[in-house]
Each structure stands twice: as C-alpha cells, then as structure tokens.
Design a protein around this ligand. Structure first.
Ligand code: NDP
Length: 280
C-alpha cells in the first residue's frame, strides 16, 4: 500500500503535546482484525490510533505499532479508562493494565471514557489522571463524553483542565455549545463517529458538495471536521476507505459549503446520552 504524502496537521494541546488532527479509530474492530487494520493505517500514513480498554484490542494495536518499524515517537496512541475503573486507585490500576497491554512505553493521551454521573467518581478518577501525568506514565490527559457540567466540576475541584474532550460529533450532532465551551477553556475537541457510522453519507446536500469538489461524501464530511477545528478519528476496516479517509488534505471547502453542512444539524445522537450512560 503506497504511503500518503501530504503532511497531517497537528494541534498543540494546552500541555504542549501535539496531536495529529487525523487519527484511526478501532472501536468495534475485532481483536483478530485489529493488527491488520492498524498495520494498513500506519502503512497508509496515519500516525494516530484511537483505542480503549473497553474495545479489547489494545494488545493488537500495540503489536501493530511495534511491527510497523516506525519510531515510537512518530505514532500517537490514545487509550481510555472504562466505566468500571472509576475511582483513584482503580483508575491508576487500569492505566497500568493498558500500559502493559499496549506495551509501547508511555501512553500519549489517556481519557476518562465516560463521566458516568450515576457513580459520581469521575472527579477522583481525574485526580488519578493528574498524578499519572505527573509520574510520566501518560503524556497528556483528557476526557470523553463530558458535558459542560462535568468539565466545569473537574476543573473547579482539581484546578486542572483536560487537554481534550472526545465527543460524538458529526453534521447531525455538531455540538455547538460544547465546542464553544472548549474554545473558551482551551480544550481540544475530538470527534467520534465523525461519519455518523456512514448514516449521513447518502445525504443529498453532502453528495452535491462532494461532487462539486470531485471528492467522496466521506472525504467531504472529514474535511468539514478539519476546517471547523476538530481532531477526527474515522474507523474503517476496508483498505480503500482507510486510504480514502486520509486523502483530505489537498482540497478546501468554501464558506458556503461549511454553512450548508452546518445546516444539517438536528441534535441527533447515534450513541448513548453521556448524562445517563453507565455501561455498554
Ligand atoms: P465512524 O463515523 O468512523 O464510522 C465508521 C463506519 O463507517 C464503519 O462502518 C465503516 O465501515 C464506515 N466507513 C468508514 N469510512 C468510510 C468511507 N470512506 N465510506 C463509506 N463508509 C465508511 O464511526 P465510529 O463509531 O467507528 O467512530 C470512529 C472512532 O471513534 C471509533 O473507532 C473509536 O475510536 C471512536 N469512538 C469513541 C467513542 C467514545 O465514547 N469515546 C464512541 C464511539 C467511537 P468499514 O469499517 O466496514 O469500512
């Protein structure tokens, strides 16, 4: 597989760590297929992999990175602490287990996967994250699926602002309120399910914009993400799509295209509601 050559832009996080704006997500990639999918992504030019302990494929991600022959410092690895490991000691234990499974040295970005307000332990979990970063086990720390109240609470109670909030974000759920708050607080936004799992790729407005630019609907949606400032982590196990999804750095949507895609907002989640989600 030939390597993509346009440089992938990086976003500097509030703690000075740089994250590639395009990553490769591996949620729902079965462990047996993860090594080959990640190998294909790395061979194509991706340098950022998004996994989680809950995806049960961290070990395979680690094997693929080690087998790639790339310098460890050239690949950015995100993983996440799951809902059953909230609490100070539990989160520290979970981080050590992820470090062992990945076997890649430091984790580049460690996220609290969900706030699970019903457990009310995310502040203690965040305190563990702060210490994990201070101990040098993880380079950068952040959260996922945090609503404004959860962000404000961890910041008020610990004084430490997360570097990233990874949230469901696509044209039908564009998260304007959270993105504004992230900007105010200096938090980077990562978009999960950036393609709405394919659900919006046959939308006529997107198809029309894609056709004007000679691109596919998926490339058009991913380009929208880049231009509104998101980090974006599409998932695919299909080699042609893995390549398609990285070929997004050599064209530019106009302001009218961005506005038309913004107009698809419906406040429509495809994933769980973070205020009530407890377990998968
Ligand atoms: P995506 O929006 O990335 O969609 C993935 C789906 O779209 C797959 O079915 C894939 O098919 C298909 N697809 C990918 N590229 C194309 C293309 N170019 N054309 C047509 N179809 C395409 O959804 P995900 O939910 O997987 O989200 C991406 C990543 O976000 C996850 O892998 C995970 O890393 C992260 N995530 C984080 C969550 C969190 O709570 N923090 C929750 C959910 C996801 P195929 O694979 O068959 O090619």
């Amino acid at each position: 597989m030939s390597t993509h050559t346009d440089p992938i832009p990086e976003i500097e996080l509030r703690d000075g760590v740089s994250i590639p704006q395009l990553g490769f997500g591996v949620f729902l990639v079965p462990a047996a297929e993860t090594e080959s999918a990640v190998a294909a992504a790395l061979a194509t030019g991706y340098r950022h992999i998004d996994t989680a302990s809950g995806y049960r494929n961290e070990a395979e991600v680690g094997s693929a990175v080690r087998a790639s022959g790339l310098d460890r410092g050239d690949v950015f690895i995100t993983t996440k602490c799951f809902n059953d490991a909230h609490g100070y000691d539990e989160a520290k234990r979970a981080a050590h287990l992820s470090l062992e499974r990945l076997d890649l040295g430091m984790i580049d970005l460690y996220l609290i996967h969900w706030p699970v307000p019903a457990q009310d332990r995310y502040v203690d979990t965040w305190r563990a994250f702060i210490d994990l970063q201070a101990e040098g086990l993880v380079r950068s720390i952040g959260v996922s699926n945090f609503q404004p109240a959860h962000l404000q609470r961890i910041i008020a109670e610990t004084g430490v602002t997360p570097a990233v909030n990874q949230i469901e974000l696509h044209p039908r759920m564009a998260q304007g309120e959270l993105r504004r708050l992230h900007r105010e607080l200096g938090i980077a936004t990562t978009a999960w399910s950036p393609l709405a799992r394919g659900a919006l790729l046959d939308d006529p407005a997107i198809a029309a914009i894609a056709q004007r630019h000679g691109r596919t609907p998926a490339q058009t949606v991913l380009r929208w993400h880049l231009q509104i400032g998101n980090v974006v982590i599409p998932k695919s196990i299909t080699p042609e799509r893995i390549r398609e999804n990285i070929e997004i750095f050599d064209f530019e949507l106009g302001a009218d295209d961005i506005a038309a895609i913004d107009g698809l907002e419906r406040g429509e989640r495809i994933g769980p509601d973070p205020d009530t989600f407890v377990r998968p």
